[in-house]
Design a protein around this ligand. Sequence first.
Ligand code: WTA
Length: 627
Amino acid sequence: MNNFQDYLAEYQQSISDPEKFWASQADNFVWKKKWDSVLQWDFHKPEVKWFIGGKLNITENCIDRHLPQRANQTAILWESNDPKEPSRNITYQQLHEQVCKVGNMLKAQGVKKGDRVCIYMPMVPETSFAILGCARIGAVHSVVFAGFSAGSLADRINDSGCKVVLTSDGTFRGDKSINLKAIVDEALDKSPTVEKCIVLERTKAKISMKPARDLWWHDEMQKVNNQCPAEEMDAEDLLFILYTSGSTGKPKGMVHTCGGYMVYTDYTFKQVFQYKEGQVYWCTADVGWITGHSYILYGPLSNGATSLMFEGVPSWPDMGRFWHVIEKHKVNIFYTAPTAIRSLEKAPLSFVEKYDLSSLQILGTVGEPINEEAWHWYDHNIGKGKCPIVDTWWQTETGGVMISPLAGITKTKPSFATLPMPGVQPAVMDESGNEMMGNGIEGRLTIKFPWPSIARTIYGDHQRFKDTYFSTFPGKYFTGDGCKRDEEGYYRITGRVDDIIIVSGHNMGTAEVESAIDEHSAVCESAVVGFPHDIKGQGIYAFVVTYDPIHEENHLRNEIKDVVAKIIGPIAKPDKIQFVSGLPKTRSGKIMRRILRKVAEGDTSNLGDTTTLLDPAVVEEIKAGAL
Ligand code: WTA
C-alpha cells in the first residue's frame, strides 16, 4: 500500500473476501505444503483455524529464505546495557547457524516437537537464538519476562509442563546486575517437570550448578553442529505460549500457532511501519512480552529487516541513552512505549539535543493509550515534526497490531490509534450487548471476524478462553478495552473496562496483586485499583485492611511492597497503600471498585449511589484517608 486510496481498497477487499485476501498474503511465504482451505471458524465454540492442512516452519521464512540475498546483512543488531561494551552484529547467515545449533542442543537433551521449553533470559542475541531454536525443531517456547519472581516463574513453568529451562547466570539492568540463576533455582524446587536447565554465561555472577540438571550453554553448543533441518509444522501446531495477566485468578497462557501468526506479523510489520529495504528498525520492548515476540523477532525477520535489540534501560548511564543509541546505529524506525516517552519527557531537553536524530523516519508507540502531551513531545522533539507516529493498538491475545495508522499513509491524530488494519473488523458494543452503528460513539471494543494471528486458546483451559473473550458478547471477540469512534471513524482506545490495570505498559490483574498483598501475615484483605500516574500511565493503589491496629504504617507499607515483589515481581509493587478499617462492599459481598477508583483518582465529589453498601460509613473514612 502506497497511499490512503490503496488502504481503503485493500481494507474493502479484506472485508468482502477475507479468505481470498489472506490467501494472497500467505502466498508470499515458503510452505512445505500448501494449505487445503483458508479458514474455518466459529466464535461461539470458539474455534479458529487458518491455512488448514498447510505445512511450514516459521524459521525458514524468517531466516533460510533470506540467505541467497542477505547472508551478510545484519539480522540482529545488539546494543549492550553498558555503552562501553561493543555492539554485536548477527548476520542472517550467523543467525541461521546459531538457531540450528540451539535446535540441535535442545534435541540432544531429548526435546521433541510439541515439548515446552521455558526461556527466562536477558535481552541478548542468544535469547533470540533460543526462541527461534525452539521454533526450528517444533518445540513450543514459553518466554517468561526476566523480571518475574521465582514463584511467578514456577507457576508458568508448571502450568505448561516445561521440560527444559533456558536461562543465564544473570542480567544487567543499568548499574545493577540480577542473579537470574538463583531465581530459577528457587523456581525449579517447585517445578517437577523440568529435566534440564541450560545456563548462558552473561554477567559471570557466582552461581551454583546442580549436577545432572544444570548445563552450561557454551559447553553444550560446542558439542553440536550448525545444520538442523526445519521441522515440518502444521499451520495450526503450537508455536508458542505467552502468559498474560487475567482479571481473576492465575495468568493465562495464550496459545499462538504457526501459520496465521507468521502471516499476520509479517504483514502488519511491513504495512504499519512501511518498512523499506535497508532500514534499521528498533523496538525497545523486552522479548518477554508479545511486542518483543512479534516485532523484535518474527515480523521484522520475516521481512528481512535489521532489528535492533537493546539490553539496557532508557535512564542509564543517563536519560539520553535511547537518543544515543539512535544516533550510534542510525536508527530509522523507532517503536517504544508511552511510559518511556513520559519518563524521558521529564528529563531536561539537553539529553535529546546532544544527539543527532536525523536518521529517524518513523516513530511508533504501543502498550497503553498515549496522552496528547506525550504525543506532541515525541512528535516535536524526537520526530522533529517530520516523522509519522504510529499509535498501534493490539494485545497479547491478538498476536499483532489491530488498529493503527500506516506510517505516512494514514493521517494521524494525537492519542488515536486511528483505523483498523485490513482484515480487522471492529464492532463497538453498548452495555446491553448491541452493536453501536455509525460514528461519534463510545462503547466496548470487540472484533467480529477472525484474523490470522488471534490466539487459539488458553493453554490447558479452553473454557476460560471462551468465558474471558467470547461470552460477554456472544459471537464476538471481546478485547476488554473501551473505545470511542469519532466523527471521522477514528478509534481512540480509552483503557481497560475490566480489572486489569496497565502499569508502564505491563498488564497487571488486580486480583493477582491483591492475593500477593494478602500473603503478608498482618493483612486481612485488600482491594487494588489503578490511578492516573504521570510516568507509568497507571499506578497501583492498594486499600488494605489489617487484622490489628498498625503502629508503624510506613514500615508495614515497605513490608507489603517486598512481599508483592517477592511473589509477582518488582513491577507489581503498589505505588500507594492506604490502610482502612473495611472495604466498601455490596450486601452480596462484592467490592465496589468504582468507589475505590474514584478515591484513588482523587475525585470524590460524586461517588454515585452508595446506598447499596453494607456499611456506607466506611466510604467516609476512606475518603478522609485518601493518599
Ligand atoms: C493496552 C501489548 C491504547 C490495551 C501489545 C490492551 C493500548 C492492552 C495500546 C494489551 C494503544 C495496547 N493504545 N491502549 N496503542 N496498545 N494497549 O497484552 O488496554 O501487553 O488491551 O499487549 O494494552 O496489553 P498486552
